[in-house]
Design a protein around this ligand. Structure first.
Ligand code: BT5
Length: 205
């Protein structure tokens, strides 16, 4: 992945919408999104020019969300930890998020990182956008190509979730337990049960 593939735009609905129409290897970055989104139709909020808002187009990859988390943590710096499945945290506050959407043959990996603004209770990085983007682009290329075991190992090292008591909500069902590990497909193991999706809350120690 190189700079030549980067499409840099002003205002878009969502970088995911633009990236969806582009070939594998494309990168879309925007100053502003009028309809930035998270998972499950949630909103991703960032005032114009305040965040890194980027989408990468890849071939489908079974551990893309975790690999992107590892890459983003490396690009942001040593204060960043990962919360399963897709959050970047600084001191337990959300710095950024990852959204993977798939088509039959491609995966669009969107990453939002707060730089000069953070919603109440969230974190920001306060680093120049293009420097973060350059490091992220390099790290994404590296981690997407890494062996699955290496992605999982590094994700475990960067995790703020493992070893914690957590609550996971899947639809209307809520379960609490110890987040023990992630499995070979990136699933979260809580008290011996594997969860492939859900919203996790870290409970106090
Ligand atoms: C995520 O979803 O965390 C994935 C966010 C992905 C955003 C990027 S930006 C580039 C690309 N284009 C897009 O349209 N999306 C991607 P989720 O885990 O569902 O978290 C969403 C929740 O995070 C919201 O419901 C809010 O509570 C919270 N939130 C919204 N904006 C935030 C922000 N700037 N900083 C921290 N938390 C935020």
């Amino acid at each position: 992945m190189g700079k030549a593939n980067v499409l840099s735009l002003g205002s878009v609905t969502s970088t995911q919408d633009v990236a969806r129409e582009l070939p594998v290897g494309s990168i879309v970055v925007a100053d502003h999104q009028t309809a930035g989104r998270g998972r499950l139709d949630r909103r991703w909020e960032a005032p114009p020019g305040s965040a890194l808002l980027v989408s990468f187009v890849f071939a489908r990859h079974p551990l893309l969300s975790l690999a992107a988390g590892v890459a983003a943590a490396h690009a942001c710096g040593p204060s960043v930890q990962l919360k399963w499945p897709n959050d970047l945290l600084v001191d337990e506050r959300k710095l950024g998020g990852i959204l993977v959407e798939t088509t039959p043959d491609r995966a669009i990996c969107g990453i939002g990182i707060n730089l000069t603004f953070a919603p109440k209770g969230a974190a920001m990085l306060d680093q120049p956008r293009d420097a973060v983007l350059d490091r992220l682009t390099a790290a994404m290329g590296e981690w997407i190509g890494a062996p699955p075991e290496q992605i999982l190992k590094r994700w475990r090292e960067l995790s703020a979730t493992l070893g914690r008591r957590v609550r996971i909500e899947v639809g209307s069902k809520s379960t609490e337990g110890l987040a023990e590990d992630i499995g070979p497909h990136g699933e979260l193991i809580i008290d011996g049960f594997a969860f492939v999706a859900g919203s996790v809350t870290h409970l106090s120690e």
